[in-house]
Design a protein around this ligand. Structure first.
Ligand code: ATP
Length: 199
């Protein structure tokens, strides 16, 4: 079984950028956002249960999940949001365990944006936090997604604080414009993780 490094960080902190650099070294990357989509793809138990509970209006014509309809429904029915989380969170968690157990590289990355918020530390041997200032998060996300600052600030406010994430970190990558180059920080961590995984 592979050694699992959990990667987390706030919106626009650089998780994907960092994960891609590890992937270039042959390290397998498992992404919680991808798994969250897999557990509701057509033919899945998750999608079947959602359609049974909330009706066919939750499906698009091609049988995929109508995310907008589901989001709108649970926004106005908090008890159904709890039901939905109770349905999907265990499936997502199980799938993360399955996929990390199947990883073939000496260690693997499990990228979980809400690792700290959802207390998922037990799924990994080590927690790597990608850290930047809130100002940088806002600047990079507004630029990337072409959305208003206000929208990014609202998402930021709903996530763990920078301090809470750093308290959960075993390792930190600093991703400011004037930080040590990412490639150098990652090279150091890569060797550290290879050594830990070999133990
Ligand atoms: P999200 O949680 O929103 O999916 P993320 O944590 O995966 O975001 P990225 O998409 O990797 O973050 O990075 C956010 C934006 O910042 C991207 O446009 C990326 O190209 C840019 N970025 C990341 N790191 C740097 C850097 N060191 N210098 C400049 N731009 C960067």
């Amino acid at each position: 079984m592979a050694y699992v490094v959990g990667v987390t960080g706030g919106i626009g902190s650089g998780k994907t950028t960092v994960a891609n650099l590890f992937a270039e070294k042959g390290i397998e990357v498992i992404d919680a956002d991808v798994i969250a989509r897999q557990v509701v793809e057509p033919g899945s138990e998750g999608l079947k249960a959602i359609a049974e509970k909330f009706g066919a209006s939750m499906l698009n014509d091609d049988g995929t999940l109508n995310r907008g309809a589901l989001r709108g429904h649970v926004f106005s029915h908090p008890e159904d949001k709890e039901w939905l989380n109770g349905l999907l969170h265990p499936k997502i968690r199980q799938e993360m365990i399955t996929q990390t157990a199947q990883a073939k590289s000496p260690y693997c990355l499990l990228v979980i944006p809400l690792l700290v918020e959802n207390g998922l530390q037990s799924l990994c041997q080590r927690v790597l936090v990608v850290d930047v200032s809130e100002a940088t998060q806002v600047a990079r996300t507004t630029q990337r997604d072409q959305v208003p600052e206000e929208q990014v600030k609202n998402i930021l406010a709903a996530q763990a604080t920078r301090q809470q994430r750093l308290e959960a970190a075993d390792d930190v990558i600093f991703n400011e414009n004037d930080s040590k180059p990412l490639s150098e920080q990652i090279e150091t961590l890569h060797h550290q993780y290879l050594a830990l995984a070999a133990q």
